[in-house]
Write a protein that binds this ligand. Structure first.
Ligand code: DGJ
Length: 698
């Protein structure tokens, strides 16, 4: 018989992180959330809060409401998706009924332990100093069991909301926002490609009705795992809403006695989507990423991929390095093509020794030259992969993940990183190159979808990252997966930069960067100035636009710098100098998305941590419907303070800009109230113009 879930005296807990409060009760077998939202006053009575969260009942329902606990249980007649689906090792389904046992409270964390015969379920909630909550579920068993689905602690979703926002994308078109209506039933997303993925990156925003970039309430979740995920956002028949995140179904392939989810990062904002963006950006920058040298300014990159592809020669790369350094580059990255017999993408992945046919004297002459120009040196690897046409695959066909006759992706297979000997081999190979050369940066690529879904592969990859970082603590790593295929807080705990997209067409990038700013800070978001004609869209864009879009984030160049005109070189040199002069406060500041009244203008503000300065980037991405620019309202300023605003690049005004726009003529001084209320009026612009307006608090 089912116990009366209200029969025991309930324990109550409250946690605060930044501007949010999470309150929980043990009433109902397993603990559940009774409140998640804006930070409550200290005086809030938790018993009253718990009482206020109790629902009525009506016809067509059971005689007691099955609670929405941190792990909804299939055995309690819960009408929605359970948070745990498991079985005995022989496959017999298990419908455990847990009872809360005890809590362990530390200053910033709460561990809630519940038990069922032979099983222990632990929910861990931590209030991080960055203002987010991190939540994790651990399941332990006294005997081997199988887990098909284990959700991170399940949170209620807001009911004063008509839609949710999640993220989709594809190669060269990453980070698009989906606005999906809440309806009775389930919105399910599952990334089964073994990566966090272009298709379904593990992020979800739950805005309340009326939320915009700058105002209103929103909740958001991010699952910090790089091996794919499953997300369920469900409205139950009774109207309650729940959200679950975990590894893809069946990703725990082996029977075992301990299973844990990745951390779920949770944020509440009452300052619109920008409050979500502020918390996620701060959390990635100040907690998740561990910087080898936090004081080092984010260096201007030069990457040679779109300049030469696989066609490496010391003579060309020496000339390119000279030109890149003259333009202001500070780190030179040698991309794919330096190892094995890698003349194209059909072979040699796995053979991490320098190709002596291209580099008769090894990489040292190029590295020495790069360093003599004052730049550091970075190198491309794709450690988790192997080409069938490689010495490694010929020697160890058994190291391949999945069957040998599987379909290849970009002509390659995946190595089984669940195996210790594979990880040891890769550690030795990559570590030898790092030890023998002056390298301060790895571009770590991952260019194919996995043939199977298995958490062991992700754990193995993390282990390889961790060992290499421990052995080479001064080396920064970029996470690239055909562009933005592996961007999440799990990989960013081991890396320092993400390659947002293989598309460096500035028009595409402007939009992508805008949407990715909801989750990612400027300092980790790599952005490069490409060639005049984009290699992935064919579109031609002016240098000023290409350069300013790249300067919004961690800046670099990726074109043949020998082929740019003197006029373009002058523009690029100037924007590079601007980036260097402003990067320190920008990288430590916050990107705030502006609610542009003109859909042809994508606009953001970057605000310094002390609020003393800002820059507004307003990118004209198409011809506006109306003739004159609409006012652009700023945000995040002190209404009473006065700010001097200066248009940095009036020179980019088109010939048709012939009116008395004040910003073209010089600075204006206005209060925060005026800037946020009325907004600024920019000059008219051609498509592919980025207006850059600097602000300084007086
Ligand atoms: C895919 C990456 O996204 C590119 O930037 C480049 O590094 C190539 N791989 C190299 O093969």
């Amino acid at each position: 018989m089912t116990e009366d879930l209200r029969s025991r005296v309930a324990a109550l807990w409250r946690m605060d992180a930044g501007g949010q409060t999470l309150a929980l009760t043990s009433e109902g077998g397993l603990p559940s959330v009774i409140y998640w939202g804006a930070r409550l006053p200290e005086a809030e009575d938790l018993a009253q809060l718990a009482a206020s969260a109790r629902h009525d009942l009506t016809g067509g329902m059971l005689d007691q409401l099955s609670p929405l606990t941190l792990t909804p249980e299939s055995g309690r007649a819960f009408a929605g998706q359970p948070g745990l689906i498991c079985a005995e090792a022989d496959g017999t389904p298990l419908h455990a009924l847990f009872r809360f046992d005890r809590a362990e409270r530390q200053a910033d964390s709460l561990t809630l332990i519940s038990r069922a015969p032979g099983l222990t379920l632990t929910h861990r909630i931590t209030a991080q100093a960055t203002g987010v909550f991190t939540l994790q579920t651990v399941l332990e068993a006294a005997r081997d069991i199988r887990v098909q689905w284990l959700a991170a602690p399940v949170l209620p979703a807001p009911q004063a909301a008509d839609h949710m926002i999640d993220v989709h994308g594809r190669w060269v078109r990453e980070f698009h926002l989906n606005h999906v209506a809440w309806t009775p039933g389930i919105r399910a997303r599952e990334a089964r490609t073994g990566r966090s993925g272009h298709e379904h990156p593990p992020y979800l925003i739950l805005p309340e009705t009326g939320c915009s970039n700058t105002q209103g309430a929103a909740f958001a979740l991010h699952y910090a795992w790089s091996g794919g995920h499953r997300m369920l956002a469900e409205e139950l028949p009774d109207g309650r809403r729940q959200v679950q995140f975990g590894a893809p179904l069946g990703a725990e392939t082996a029977a075992g006695r301990r299973f844990e989810t990745a951390e779920l990062v949770a944020v509440y904002s009452d300052t619109g989507l920008n409050g979500i963006a502020t918390a996620f950006q701060r959390d990635i920058r100040d907690r998740v990423v561990s910087w080898p040298n936090p004081a080092r300014p984010r260096p201007v990159h030069y990457n040679c991929w779109e300049a030469i592809y696989f066609d490496h020669s010391l003579a060309d790369l020496t000339q390119i390095a000279d030109r890149a350094a003259a333009l202001g580059a500070e780190r030179f990255v040698l991309d794919d093509g330096w190892f094995g017999r890698r003349d194209d993408d059909t072979r040699s992945l796995g053979d991490w020794t320098v190709d002596r046919s291209k580099w008769p004297d090894g990489l040292q002459p190029l590295i020495a030259h790069v360093r003599s120009l004052g730049m550091t040196f970075g190198l491309w690897f794709e450690p988790e992969m192997v080409n069938p046409d490689s010495d490694l695959c010929r020697a160890h066909p058994d190291w391949v993940l999945g069957p040998l006759d599987q379909v290849t992706g970009r002509n390659q297979l995946v190595l089984d990183l669940g195996r210790a000997e594979v990880r040891d081999h890769l550690f030795d190979a990559v570590s030898a190159i790092l030890s023998d050369h002056a390298i301060d940066y790895i571009k770590w690529d991952h260019n194919r979808l996995l043939p199977v879904v298995d958490t062991a592969q992700t754990h193995g990859a993390y282990d390889l990252f961790d060992r290499l970082r421990a052995a080479h603590p001064g080396v920064e790593i970029e996470s690239c997966a055909s562009g933005g295929g592996r961007i999440d807080a799990g990989i960013l705990a081991r890396t320092h930069r993400i390659w947002l997209s293989d598309c460096i067409d500035a028009e595409e990038r402007l939009r992508m960067q805008h949407d990715a700013a909801l989750f990612l800070p400027s300092c980790v978001t790599g952005s490069h100035v490409g060639a005049e004609h984009s290699h992935t869209t064919g579109r031609a864009l002016p240098m000023a636009f290409r350069a300013w879009v790249a300067a919004q984030r961690h800046f670099g160049f990726e074109m043949d710098p020998r082929r740019i005109s003197d006029a373009d070189a002058a523009v690029l040199t100037e924007v590079t100098a601007w980036y260097k002069a402003n990067r320190d406060w920008m990288m430590a500041g916050t990107i705030l998305r502006l609610d542009s009244a003109d859909p042809s203008v994508t606009a953001e503000m970057q605000l310094a941590a002390d609020g003393g300065r800002f820059v507004v980037f307003a990118g004209q991405n198409a011809q506006s419907v109306q003739s004159l620019p609409r006012p652009l309202r700023l945000t995040g300023l002190d209404p009473a303070a006065r700010y001097r605003i200066t248009l940095r690049n009036a020179v980019d005004a088109p010939p048709q800009s012939r009116g008395p726009n004040a910003l073209k003529a010089g600075p204006l001084t206005l209060t925060g109230r005026a800037l946020m209320g009325q907004g600024i009026l920019l000059p008219v612009a051609w498509p592919a113009t980025m207006w850059v307006t600097e602000g300084e608090r007086l």
